[in-house]
Design a protein around this ligand. Sequence first.
Ligand code: FE2
Length: 471
Amino acid sequence: MERIMKAAATAVAVLLAVAVLVAEAAHHPRGVTSSYRRKLEASEDMPLDADVFAVPPGRNAPQQVHITLGDQAGTAMTVSWVTVEAEGNSTVLYGRAMGRLDHAAEGTTTRYTFYNYTSGFIHHCTLAGLDHATRYYYAVGFGDTVRTFWFTTPPRPGPDASLRLGLIGDLGQTADSNSTLAHYEQHPGDAVLFVGDLSYADKHPFHDSNRWDTWGRFSERSVAYQPWIWTAGNHEVEYAPELGETTAFKPFTHRYPTPYRASGSSEPYWYSVKLGPAHIIVLSSYSAFGKYTPQFKWLEAELQRVDRAVTPWLFISTHVPWYNSNNFHFMEGEPMRVQFEKMAVDARVDAVFAGHVHAYERSHRYSNIKYNITDGRCTPVADRRAPVYVVIGDGGNIEGLADELTWPQPAYSAFREYSFGHAVLDIKNRTHAYYAWYRNHDGNKVTADATWLTNRYHMPNHDDSSVHSNI
Ligand SMILES: [Fe+2]
């Protein structure tokens, strides 16, 4: 009898120990390194005669049509396009019905040269005074080459609006890029937050800007119909003194305007927009961010201006990740992390989105802000005040995948995989958002990582990193 009692006691003790371990594991789930291995193939840009690069028919037809927000809060939209044969006009006709474009706005035209390349006529025209959450039709071009598109303005900034935000980075113009865009289009969002590195034109001889033109035609099928919010990446810098080109960001700024003035910024590379329940702060990894620099001072002031009662969701987009456990670009984001992480934690930023690393990674809520150079506490720790960090530089570009991970997987890393894909953040209400990453899986779209995020303003003490979706 005594032996049975002892055995029973031992069994109970073992069960208890297992239960404690399981409970701890549930509270601090171990990071996952995905076992999926994509077939490695050469990454090449699609050929110039690919159908996705086709020039629209008609004399001097507008091409590369794209839109982005024209102000901070979504009552203006900037329409951009290129005409090649002649300047044409910079007028946009628009209205609430396809057959009734009863408004007109006048834009401007610009051109640039880059080494031996001269651009077409690049038109930018801002439609202002729009209503929120409203479908508008717009037309560019004239004569028999008028082209008509449409967009829906974002919801009015407010805590109860819902918003579906696409997340794409480092897209380029390969067959993989085409898959990524096609997969996003299967269930598109209201807008795309693009985390930098658009065309990779600079990978071609003399930074061949013709590859900016092909990228503009390739991406038009999405960017003409919904605003993409631009973040500048290293492939936008194009500082090339060997070619006599010493103006940084020259093709990017001529082609892709941002509404930076509306948020009190002094440069197009850092700014903010408000989309319904979200306040999105775009930062520049390639502009000065040290203390007292314009970007630092702007961010400091901008975080004070954020009103979480109106926009409960606060996000940062920047090209170089602050947390990245891939050997590619390892620790490149440290200078900006050191400078800005405490500000982000103090402001209870919900998530920081970055690209640059051609792989996918999502973090738990971790911070590394205790460290000062004398206390030795330099290991990131679980911190419910901290943002979730997402690396989404996996659009699929000419440089291929970042396929070297560091080991062991750091504790902050919740999920990582080097495949191409995109993500979508579905903000349901002021407290909950559903986030999912979709892998490009041999031509198919597969959900490979998903989680619920709880809002840091309304649910600051909730440990959302323990609430994982079963996928
Ligand atoms: Fe990059």
